[in-house]
Write a protein of this length. Structure first.
Length: 235
């Protein structure tokens, strides 16, 4: 569903991504691990064209999206849940969900999620639907950020550090939702610092260092690879 082929990305004169290649199939979770500053978020931003790759190709369902505008990439079914949630804090929960849902309908998205389906997935949001997003807890804001992404009906869901700063019980809930979304047929690309969560969710793990994929394996193989964990993950 998602193919990233030999992608190079710069910020000004700084060469951040050095030929990143990976694939995420429909109904599967793939995880990218690595220390801070190795290019994981830049990879996500390159896919959705927050920053445009200078070289390489990005395809969704076999269709090239490299360098398209971000809103056109969303139309193709790719949605990012950014690091730090970035919900609209002055708007209510319902407004945070309704605006992207209506935009998805107007843009002709094939199968946008209904808001009711988001509330079924995250019951806490239903109870908070009239609350301002800025008054929610960190876990509730993460649920809202995911719900906001889902109402556009994505085929590919990009998750950048979804467990960051959350209590273990909330992480467990988020983890369960991600697993269910993959079972429903979404292709999920997960960037995470939570090593154990990534290994439980992903069928394939990519380790990044200095803008390159330096290791690819099953989660079981990575769990047993002391050298890779020590060298590139600080474990």
């Amino acid at each position: 569903m998602l193919e990233v082929k030999d992608v190079h990305t710069y910020y000004g004169d700084s060469h951040i991504l050095h030929g990143v290649t990976l694939t995420v199939h429909q109904g599967h979770v793939r995880a990218v691990l690595g220390r801070n500053g190795v290019g994981k978020t830049t990879l996500m931003h390159s896919i959705v064209s927050f920053v445009k790759p200078s070289k390489g190709r990005i395809l969704v369902g076999g269709e090239e999206i490299t360098g398209l505008s971000t809103h056109r990439i969303m139309r193709k079914g790719v949605t990012l849940v950014p690091q730090g949630r970035r919900v609209f804090k002055s708007l209510s929960v319902a407004e945070n969900l309704t605006i992207p849902f209506l935009c998805a309908q107007e843009e002709g998205q094939a199968e946008p999620w209904g808001i009711e389906k988001v509330y079924e997935t995250f019951p806490t949001l239903r109870a908070r639907e009239h609350n301002r997003a800025g008054n929610l807890s960190g876990g509730e804001q993460q649920m809202l950020a995911m719900g906001r992404a889902l109402v556009s009906g994505p085929k590919v869901l990009l998750l950048d550090e979804p467990s960051e700063g959350l209590a273990p019980i909330i992480v467990q809930q988020i983890e369960g939702v991600i697993a269910d979304l993959a079972k429903q047929g979404l292709a999920v690309l997960l960037v995470e610092q939570n090593f154990n969560m990534a290994l439980r969710l992903a069928g394939r793990i990519f380790v990044m260092s200095r803008g390159q994929i330096v290791h690819e394996s099953t989660p079981e193989d990575l769990a047993d690879n002391k050298e890779i964990k020590a060298r590139f993950l600080g474990m």
